[in-house]
Design a protein around this ligand. Structure first.
Ligand code: LLP
Length: 438
């Protein structure tokens, strides 16, 4: 992936830095982000819109990995930021992201979160449900403040990697149903609001999607609705937001498209449909998360104990696990790995990579062939940049790993490793229990 290479010691390098040195300097488990690859992916999305002279915003769906430094890198790369909570919004503001580049998502935003969004005058709020319309109307009127809003709809198309299904009424906790009158009612409630300006329609049809068919179908459905409101209500929708979900290559079995191909195909479909309905071209917004940061992240672990289950398998345990990557346990997600200090050695043994947490399901890789592994070897698991750190926990009171960014021979800490002091920082001593005399 990206700038990964092998140096004269036979070690894995990322951004021209020896990962074994990184493990020594920063400790393990360690997330290493290849900044160059992140920029490259962002540029590929953005440039494709520019080349086609299509007005667009590429918004980084930061739930995939949120931190001050990644927000700053995203802004540098020309991305807008999609946040889904007060915490992400606060982090983006702390990073100095211009507030008009921030979009706020979520199916149950609190009044406090919405107030923060208003006070900071963020770029737009993606409205999810009728209660939110009410909250926002009251808030905007009370503050006498305008706000751009976008309606999230469910078009009845769901994509699951290769396949997609279309259902009359998608069962989803998110958004207004496009096909049963909900979206039209929401439109009516916003159409004449003096403060809330309905700018666009949004949908997100799934994640880790490998082809563009489902995206195109969703675009077609949304444009039908835009056309209806144009013809019947004389209302101009300016933004078509098609969400995220562009797939990446975790293993050889995954066959995603390149970012530019997804975008080219989307632009083609949208242009055709717009022409067919005699509409003017809206801005196209997309919200990639995984496809911007996933392949850019690698996790380094130190190998510790082994256990042989005769005739069955050999467990190789590392110093992290489901506390820094819940995806294998939660979704059966698959990953590739290598021993960073033995890249040139021949694969010898089959191993199951286990974590160190007290749970049998804490396995990171079910079955992988690696060179003979020994304690203190450094295991690199690839493609962990999305939904790894951001879904990390302190289960078993394990401190969260550190995160470093590398680029062209330079490295920097982006998130410090948690300490035991951090672990007990919010704990309070017992004051009301019975003092048992032992
Ligand atoms: N926009 C919206 C409205 C979303 O709900 C999501 C993801 C995205 C954009 C970004 O999707 P991406 O490009 O990253 O696929 N924890 C799961 C993924 C959950 C995705 C939730 N929504 C995982 O680890 O696979």
């Amino acid at each position: 992936y990206g700038t990964q290479a092998i140096n004269e010691l036979g070690h894995l390098t990322i951004g021209d830095i020896d990962t074994v040195d990184l493990a020594k300097k920063y400790g393990t488990p360690l997330f290493v982000y290849d900044l160059e690859l992140f920029y490259k992916r962002a540029k590929s999305f953005i440039d494709t819109f520019e080349k086609a002279s299509v007005k667009a915003q590429v918004c980084y769906a930061s739930k995939a990995f949120s931190s001050i430094a990644i927000y700053q890198a995203a802004a540098e790369a020309g991305l807008s930021i999609d946040v889904v909570s007060g915490g992400e919004l606060y982090t983006a503001l702390q990073a100095g992201i211009p507030s008009n580049r921030i979009h706020f998502h979520g199916n149950n935003k609190s009044l406090e979160e919405l107030e923060l969004a208003f006070n900071e005058r963020i770029g737009c709020i993606v409205i999810d449900n009728f209660r939110e319309i009410q909250l926002l109307k009251e808030l905007a009127a009370r503050k006498e403040q305008k706000m751009d809003v976008i309606l999230r709809v469910t078009p009845g198309i769901e994509a699951h990697t290769h396949d997609f299904i279309t259902t009359g009424q998608a069962d989803s906790k998110f958004g207004f149903d496009l096909n049963n009158g909900q979206a039209d009612r929401a439109f009516k409630e916003l159409q004449h609001d003096p403060f809330l300006k309905l700018q666009g329609l949004h949908c997100h049809i799934g994640s880790q999607i490998f082809d563009s068919t489902a995206f195109k179908l969703a675009a077609i459905r949304l444009i039908e609705k835009i056309s209806k409101w144009h013809n019947e209500e004389d209302y101009e929708i300016n933004v078509l937001n098609l969400g995220g979900g562009f797939g990446i290559r975790y293993t050889e079995d995954d066959e995603p498209l390149e970012p530019n191909i997804y975008v080219e195909e989307l632009i083609r479909t949208v242009s055709e449909e717009i022409k067919r309905h005699s509409l003017s071209m809206p801005e196209i917004w997309i919200e990639p998360g995984r496809s911007l940061v996933g392949e850019a992240g690698t996790t380094l672990y130190t190998i510790g104990s082994q256990k042989v289950v005769p005739d069955t398998r050999k467990y190789l345990a590392v110093d992290g696990g489901m506390s820094d990557n819940i995806r294998p346990a939660l979704y059966g997600a698959k990953y590739e790995a290598a021993i960073a200090n033995k890249i040139l050695q021949k694969p010898a043994e089959f191993y199951t990579i286990a974590g160190k947490l007290c749970e049998s399901g804490d396995k990171l890789i079910e079955h992988i062939q690696l060179p003979e592994a020994e304690p203190n070897d450094i295991l690199a698991i690839f493609c962990t940049g999305a939904y790894g750190y951001s879904m990390a926990s302190n289960y078993n009171r394990i401190p969260r790993p550190a995160v470093v960014f590398v680029e062209e021979g330079r490295h920097q800490l982006a998130i410090k490793r948690e300490t035991y002091e951090d672990i007990v920082r919010l704990d309070l001593p017992l004051t009301i229990g019975r003092r048992l005399k032992l």
